[in-house]
Write a protein that binds this ligand. Structure first.
Ligand code: GLN
Length: 538
């Protein structure tokens, strides 16, 4: 259903951060996509880092990776999980990248002697990046989420670019503003003043929001919604409430019930037509509601206390559990606290174990302890990236007898570096954007469990790591039953290991979690969950 011009929708936030702009943007995109429009979502982050790749999970949660090898904000993961279409480098821009582009042009002499200023040079570069995405795949809608909160100094150039675009594009440009309506317990009242102030702040920079989404913990009554509409210059049908839901996947339906998509379409001059069914989406939600207890999986990692550090793994596991009709009980285990003495007690009751990706030494020994236990006790285990590397180290130490086996990342002096740096990485001096990043093809070994779960011998999964399995050890590993079942066809690098005679002990160098969506769950997570369920039914 192609429209003549691309429509641009900006999502801004006010009052406080963490209101879930990304989820609202993804939900609106889902509703428009369900109506047959070609939709994409973009995230602008006002910080100066070129990308979030160098930020640690305490700062920024998980780092997501796109097919084209961009280290991205975790909201891109939500976009892909909701829309089931891939994002790219163009879907995530930071202030750092905007400034870098402008400064590069200045050094090249592109500006012909002009003074370079925030307006128009930085704002022009922002606008260019918004429009570039729209033209890229002929999108009907580009939804751009502006990170941060209105009033932040660093988001001002982005808001100025939005103001200019609204002026230039007229009806083809909308602003959805997300705010918070607190409930004051002592007074027994909701308060709309923060919303009014936040809209005023937007108006002060020249932007009149077209749609307001009010985040709330309890249902807001009609008179309050009318009051917000009156005070904020928006029509009543453009005031939407977004109440806390048991799962984020219900939010598209919550917004659809309030006809948010219809309000958006009317404002850009399109007659909405029939309400879409969202069949596959509703099917997932029905399964989620009917899922039965009885699936406990442990995630062993060093960032487990952070809510967003393993976001894509959490969501992939949830999706795979739901499609297997199980309610997931995910147990977080801090790998730093594991010892040979307590591992049995800590893993008690866990039917399957995932060993998380990561960087650096902290928590690695605990991962090795967990792995020895699950390998020897036949507990289904999936190792992802560093998780696979730990599987190789544990096997080399405890089965092959190389007591000093390690990864070059932690012990470059070890004589048995079963995980090592490849030649092309040895000359790398900068940390940002210099790992093996993005989607690579992988050939699977016919007859292996992994080939069986994928149902094909050729897959593409995304990577984010610097170190690799050391091929010198491949034959010795295979002679002892830990076999290479996934190989990069161009380089011969080992991408997946599978242990013979174990119900499920598979390590993958890639990150299957970046490819799992609500309507298209990852085959590897599906297979893992099936193996875990089978293990509980022994
Ligand atoms: N630190 C490891 C490497 O760089 C693994 C990275 C990861 O788990 N994403 O190779």
């Amino acid at each position: 259903m192609a429209t003549t011009d691309t429509k641009y929708i900006f999502v801004t936030g006010g009052v406080v951060s963490s209101l879930g702009k990304g989820i609202v943007a993804a939900s609106l995109a889902k509703l428009l996509q369900a109506r047959g429009y070609n939709v994409t979502i973009q995230k602008f982050d006002p910080y100066i880092n070129i990308d979030p790749g160098t930020l640690n999970p305490y700062e920024h949660g998980e780092c997501y990776v796109t097919n084209d090898g961009h280290e991205a904000d975790l909201d891109l993961g939500h976009y892909e999980r909701f829309l089931n279409i891939p994002t790219s480098r163009a879907n995530n821009i930071t202030s750092g990248r905007i400034y870098q582009n402008v400064i590069r042009k200045e050094r090249r002499g592109d500006y012909l002697g002009k003074t370079i200023q925030v307006i128009p040079h930085i704002t022009d570069e922002i606008k260019r990046n918004v429009k570039l995405l729209g033209q890229k795949d002929n999108y009907d809608f580009v939804i751009t989420e502006i990170g941060g909160v209105v009033g932040d100094i660093e988001s001002l150039p982005f808001l100025e670019a939005v103001r200019q675009l609204k002026w230039e594009l007229g009806k083809n440009c909308l602003c959805v503003h997300l705010t918070y309506v607190p409930y004051i317990n002592a007074a027994g009242e909701f308060k709309t003043k923060p919303t009014q102030h936040s809209v005023k702040q937007l108006q002060e920079v020249g932007i009149q929001p077209d749609i307001l989404v009010l985040r709330t913990e309890k249902t807001l009554q009609e008179d309050l919604l009318c009051k917000v509409a009156l005070f904020c210059n928006v029509s009543r049908d453009a005031v939407i409430q977004s109440i806390d839901m048991p799962t984020i996947y219900e939010i598209p339906l919550l917004l659809q019930d309030q006809k948010m998509d219809e309000a958006v379409l009317r404002k850009v001059g399109i007659e909405p037509g029939e309400k879409p069914e969202l069949k596959a989406w509703r099917n997932f939600l029905a399964k989620l509601k009917n899922a039965k207890e009885g699936l406990t999986i442990a995630l062993v990692g060093k960032y487990v206390e952070l809510q967003d550090a393993y976001k894509s793994i959490d969501e992939s596991l949830l999706q795979a559990s739901i499609y297997n009709d199980k309610k997931l009980n995910l147990v977080s285990i801090q790998s730093e606290h594991l010892t040979p003495e307590n591992v049995e007690a800590k893993l008690q009751g866990c039917d399957g174990v995932i060993i998380a990706p990561g960087f650096g030494q902290r928590g690695v020994e605990g991962k090795l302890i967990a792995l020895r236990y699950t390998r020897e006790h036949q507990i289904p285990t999936l190792g992802i990236c560093l998780g696979m590397q730990c599987m190789a180290i544990e096997f080399a130490r405890n089965v092959l007898g190389y007591a000093d086996a390690n990864t070059a990342e932690i012990a470059p002096e070890s004589l048995h570096r079963v995980i090592d740096l490849m030649d092309e990485q040895k000359s790398v001096t900068e940390l940002g954007g210099s790992m093996r990043l993005g989607a690579y093809e992988c050939k699977l070994k016919s007859g292996s469990k992994i080939a069986d779960v994928y149902g094909t011998l050729s897959i593409k999964e995304r990577h984010r790591h610097r170190y690799e399995f050391n091929s010198r050890y491949r034959t010795e590993f295979e002679e002892h039953g830990f076999c290479c079942v996934g190989e990069n066809p161009d380089t011969g690098l080992v991408e997946a290991l599978e242990l013979e005679g174990h119900p499920w002990y598979i390590g993958v160098q890639f990150h299957p979690e970046y490819n799992s969506t609500v309507v298209n769950p990852s085959p590897l997570f599906m297979g893992f969950v099936r193996a875990v369920i089978a293990h509980t039914q022994r």
